[in-house]
Design a protein. Structure first.
Ligand code: UDP
Ligand code: MG
Length: 350
């Protein structure tokens, strides 16, 4: 990597983060300003916030020429916001990080140094977790995922990472619609290095994730990264067949010896329960994958942009075809083909 100065895009998904963003931007400006020969841009993605986040983004862009923003029509989730930001990023490297300062910006110089050394992916791993529930839940999740998936994913792998341009281009070119970025980045297999950090408490506000949304994320992760659960049906079928054969052999043996078997409810009920559960479980697993196939065949966009505004000093000009500027809303401009199609869809819906 010999091209100087390096250009870096920092992508931040924001959902009801009005109280956090100003502090994040000033810390970023301070930390990144001290890195030698680095040009950077900050892309803030408003994921359908219901608080004052959007006004905060607008005023930050007015005062900081390196800030750009993208606004979704509604809440599409963090993965969608990350994706939108990464698609509009123009840097040689792209950092993704949370808006609540739980991903310490002070780590960036070390991450940038590792990137300059030639690592395409600089992944951070969070040590410890804030609550007991999420800790237990998180550990079970990573254990399960690592057991099933061919892609190793360390417990605590955070969405705070730096990706090189060549790795990002491959990531964005992956054809699937359903994206579990943490797993897919690991799947890419580019040279990578990990940095551990201890997450502080949120600067302000509280997390929007709960056990339910985390479970949704976990099923997405499993369905995206591995198809091994589909084999479970076969394993269970093999196991029940074995039990049936053994039980049949036992009955024949008892019959040949003239033994009278006591007919009881318990064994019958247990057998019905066991087979019923196995059946429902396998159908459920099939349902999960069917849902994933359905999402892929529908090919709906991951998000819809209502408005966007580039930085006053972009590190590289955004590709903005003239007709899209004319068609766009006062501040909004189409960032690229993906974004313009989202904008067009939005206009068609109106
Ligand atoms: N976030 C988002 N859309 C959502 C939920 C969260 O863009 O629907 C953003 C949020 O603003 C923050 C990041 O994702 O920048 C992480 O969210 P949070 O702090 O709630 O998650 P946690 O730190 O508890 O994992
Ligand atoms: Mg957080």
């Amino acid at each position: 990597m010999s091209r100087y100065p390096h250009t870096l895009s920092v992508v931040v998904p924001c959902y009801n983060e009005a109280a956090n963003i100003p502090a994040l931007i000033s810390t970023l400006a301070k930390v990144l300003g001290e890195v030698e020969r680095l040009q950077y841009e900050i892309i803030l993605v408003d994921d359908g916030s219901t608080d004052d986040t959007f006004n905060a983004l607008k005023s930050l862009r007015d005062t900081n020429p390196r800030v750009s923003w993208i606004r979704f029509v509604r809440n599409f989730g963090k993965e969608a916001a990350l994706l939108a930001g990464m698609k509009s990023a123009r840097g040689d490297g792209v950092v993704t990080m949370d808006a609540d300062l739980q991903h310490p910006p002070e780590l960036l110089p070390e991450m940038i140094a590792k990137w300059k050394e030639g690592h395409d992916i600089v992944q951070t791993v969070r040590l410890g977790r804030p609550t007991v529930t999420s800790s237990l839940w998180g550990q079970c999740f990573y254990l399960l995922l690592n057991w099933m998936s061919d892609v190793p994913l360390a417990d605590g792998t955070a969405d705070y990472r730096l990706i090189s341009r060549r790795a990002l281009d491959v990531l964005l070119a992956l054809p699937e619609n359903m994206k579990f970025l943490r797993g897919m980045v690991a799947w890419l297999g580019f040279p990578s290095v990990s940095i551990t950090f201890t997450a502080p408490n949120r600067h302000a506000g509280k997390t929007t994730y709960n056990v339910r949304s985390l479970t949704g994320l976990a099923t997405d992760a499993i369905v995206t990264l591995t198809s091994k659960p589909l084999n479970l049906a076969l394993y269970i079928a093999g196991f029940t067949l074995l039990i049936a054969v053994l039980y049949g052999a036992f009955v024949l043996f008892a019959f040949s010896r003239g033994l009278v078997l006591v007919k009881g409810w318990t064994s019958t009920i247990l057998l019905i329960l066991f087979l019923g559960t196995a059946n429902l479980f396998c159908t459920g697993v099939l349902g999960l994958y069917l849902r994933a196939v359905l999402a892929e065949t529908r090919r709906r966009p991951n998000y819809v942009i209502s408005d966007c505004a580039p930085a006053s000093i972009p590190i590289r000009p955004w590709s903005i075809p003239a007709e899209q500027v004319a068609n766009s809303s006062p501040v909004g401009v189409a960032l690229d083909d993906q974004h313009s199609s989202s904008l067009v869809q939005q206009k068609e819906r109106k």
